[in-house]
Write a protein that binds this ligand. Structure first.
Ligand code: NAD
Ligand code: DAU
Length: 340
């Protein structure tokens, strides 16, 4: 018996990477839940990620912006809860154009909170990030640690979280927050480290590493991340607040690149050290005691997850090749040109 079982969910941003994997999990494990996806379909949103659900009973897709109060209210009045994945998510892009991030990640979150308050939702789950704690060179961040974001992306995510916490304190918003670590797996847009490395290596292109590949991250497989969000959504007490999600295992950029090249049988000479990301956070690490106490543990080991992911990208070139064209190369040149 779950703590709560919202029957009708509005899932924002589910045409992206983690959100689409979350819908896949929910359709499999909770087929009776009615799902409305709201997604703006930015460059990172892709209807192909959700194609298998189109036409299924209990599923519908609406193209729209979480900043659009009219659209959000019209959908929010028909559901029992909101799960928000919608965000601008790439740190490098936030260094080029911070305002999109502030608009969606802060204001958009506020619009969703307001609608959840108005329609007295049972639950509001905000998908946040371990980046809100900022760089952590020693130890592990706990959920009650202060926020010290250092990029426009992480500052915008922290801003959205602050708004949501303010709604919980001021208006009793039934808020739950997850703060996931770096996530990888199928359907990830090829701008984040792992899909950049995999798709570049498949094409014998250079593998760009910032800061000589010394920065470390905790890479969690997307299915593990989604199971944790599902568990928090259904089992966490509302007093639970925020939940860190991660594996506790750290990998440097160089280790990830070496593993990718070994898996694909490509030469390590493809690795190219490029000029560092400005304000690069060299380490994130989270304490996951709280989510572990709810009953979650990651089951996919990094090596197995990377193998599965490499296989997926090798077998789904029709998914990622069209993404690596036009706007993508404009972005790529702008981001890496001064560096390579
Ligand atoms: P993504 O970039 O793959 O997808 C984001 C989705 O949000 C896209 O479908 C996009 O179209 C949609 N979107 C953007 N702006 C919107 C708007 N104004 N209105 C409606 N939809 C909009 O992102 P992801 O990697 O799947 O991340 C999902 C969430 O998880 C984000 O909130 C992110 O901050 C968080 N997160 C990501 C990671 C990671 O490593 N990828 C780790 C921890 C937390
Ligand atoms: O920690 C969670 C966060 O992880 C999420 O909230 C973000 O949405 C997600 O983008 C991710 O942020 P990072 O900046 O950590 O991810 P990214 O894949 O961009 O970079 C991972 C590491 O690899 C980081 O140290 C920078 C480095 N890097 C990245 C790219 C794209 C490179 O060395 N070369 C690259 O080309």
């Amino acid at each position: 018996m779950s703590v709560r079982s919202p029957r009708r969910l509005l899932i924002a941003g589910a045409a992206g990477f983690i959100g689409s994997n979350f819908v896949r999990l929910l359709r499999t494990t909770r087929p009776d839940v009615e799902i409305t996806v709201l997604d703006k379909l930015t460059y990172a949103g892709n209807l192909a990620n959700l194609a298998e659900f189109e036409g299924q009973p209990g599923y519908r897709f609406v193209q729209g912006d979480i900043c659009d109060e009219k659209v959000v209210r019209s959908l929010a009045k028909e559901v029992d809860g909101i799960v928000n994945f919608a965000a601008e998510t790439h740190v490098d892009r936030s260094l080029m154009d911070p305002f999109n991030f502030i608009e969606t990640d802060v204001r958009g979150t506020a619009v969703l909170c307001e609608a959840a308050r108005e329609f007295r939702h049972e639950v509001f789950l905000l998908v946040s990030t371990d980046e809100v704690y900022g760089e952590v060179m020693e130890g592990r961040s706990k959920e009650d640690d202060p926020f010290r974001p250092r990029s426009p992306y992480s500052a915008s995510k922290a801003g959205g979280e602050h708004i949501a916490h303010a709604y919980a304190a001021s208006f009793g918003l039934p808020l739950l927050v997850t703060r996931g670590s770096n996530t990888y797996g199928p359907y990830q847009y090829p701008e984040k480290l792992i899909p950049v490395l995999l798709t570049n290596a498949i094409d014998d292109l250079r593998l760009p590493l910032y800061g000589e590949g010394r920065a470390v991250r905790d890479y969690v497989y997307v299915e593990d991340h989604c199971r944790a969000i599902d568990l928090v959504l259904h089992e966490a007490p509302l007093s639970g607040g925020a939940y860190n999600i991660g594996t506790g295992r750290e990998s440097s950029g160089r280790q990830v690149a070496d593993a990718v090249l070994d898996i694909l049988g490509k030469p390590h000479s493809l690795i190219e050290y490029v000029v560092d990301r400005p304000g690069h956070d060299y380490r994130y690490a989270v304490d996951v005691t709280r989510v572990t106490q709810l009953g979650w543990e990651p089951v996919v080991d990094f090596r197995d997850g990377l193998l599965k992911t490499a296989d997926w990208y090798r077998e789904h070139e029709e998914w990622w090749r069209p993404l690596k064209s036009g706007e993508y190369w404009e972005y790529y040149k702008k981001n890496y040109k001064p560096k390579i």
